[in-house]
Ligand binder design. Structure first.
Ligand code: KIV
Length: 269
């Protein structure tokens, strides 16, 4: 038997148990090598359908196909050892019925090896969340600003600015928690509403543009690395990889043009 100590991945119950405790750290990743770096620091990694916009230049996440999520999900699982891997269910693969959601979520779990799936929607998705969790598929829910519904919402708008809408956001969060979701992403939500929901429900809330009041935080990796041409206002940028790549490519191009490459002796010595 191998003497190597086996590193165990963070489990769904371990994330659920962090409610009200040490803040949960998470980031998106779509790529084996960056996921390996994130894995050393994050509790869970989300293979978000934002990959359609970030990796593939789409305008919204609506056009992301299931096969693309599976391909990137597999890469992230391969590149990691420790974090729980959650894969997003893309638009049109789960909303129609619990049966359809089960079929596609089971495919995602079997073909990627991920530990859970995420889907968007509150009360309207509660029946499906219950159906999946009762059949062995852990579900992270996602309410507030739900990008897959951006056409209905009229864009990517912060939710809860009008206090009259709070009741329906609170109902959504309660419904997914009661249906068995192990955590819920609150996206683009005013702070007092996020705080109220976080106090009100028994599962961890993971904020993105939803204030420090949540039980954990998630950001799109490329946003916090300064790699995206446009970054939402709420994102703190921790690195400037865009300008670094530009500089490196410029230096490479100059070397090629001036034939300033390593000599054969240097390369093959
Ligand atoms: O797709 C995604 O990256 C997400 C996060 C923004 C939470 O859903």
């Amino acid at each position: 038997m191998s003497q190597e100590t086996r590193i165990r991945r963070t489990t769904v119950p371990q994330i659920a148990a962090r409610k009200g405790g040490e803040p949960i750290v998470s980031l998106t990743s779509y790529h084996a090598h960056t996921a390996a770096i994130v894995d050393r620091h994050a509790d869970f990694i989300l293979v978000g359908d934002s990959l359609g916009m970030v990796m593939h230049g789409m305008e919204t996440t609506v056009g992301v196909p299931l096969e693309l999520m599976i391909m990137h999900g597999r890469a992230v699982v391969r590149g990691t050892k420790k974090a729980l891997i959650v894969v997003d269910m893309p638009f049109g693969t789960y909303e129609e019925s619990p049966n359809m959601a089960f079929r596609n979520a089971a495919k995602v779990m079997k073909e990627t090896g991920c530990g859970a799936v995420k889907l968007e929607g509150g009360a309207r998705m509660a029946e499906t969340i219950r159906f999946l969790t009762e059949r062995g598929i852990p579900v992270m829910a996602h309410t507030g600003l739900t990008p897959q519904s951006s056409h209905v919402m009229g864009g990517f708008k912060t939710q809860g600015r009008n206090e009259e809408t709070w009741a329906s956001h609170i109902d959504d969060a309660r419904a997914v928690a009661e249906a068995g979701a192990f955590a819920v992403v609150l996206e683009g939500m005013v702070e007092p509403l996020a705080a109220k929901i976080t106090k009100d429900i028994a599962i961890p809330t993971i904020g993105i543009g939803a204030s420090v009041e949540c039980d954990g935080q998630i950001l799109v990796l490329e946003d916090m690395l300064g790699l995206n041409p446009w970054t939402p206002k709420f994102v703190k940028v921790y690195g400037q990889l865009g300008p670094m790549i530009e500089q490196a490519v410029e230096a490479y191009a100059a070397d090629v043009r001036t034939r300033a490459f390593p000599t054969e002796d240097e390369v093959y010595r």
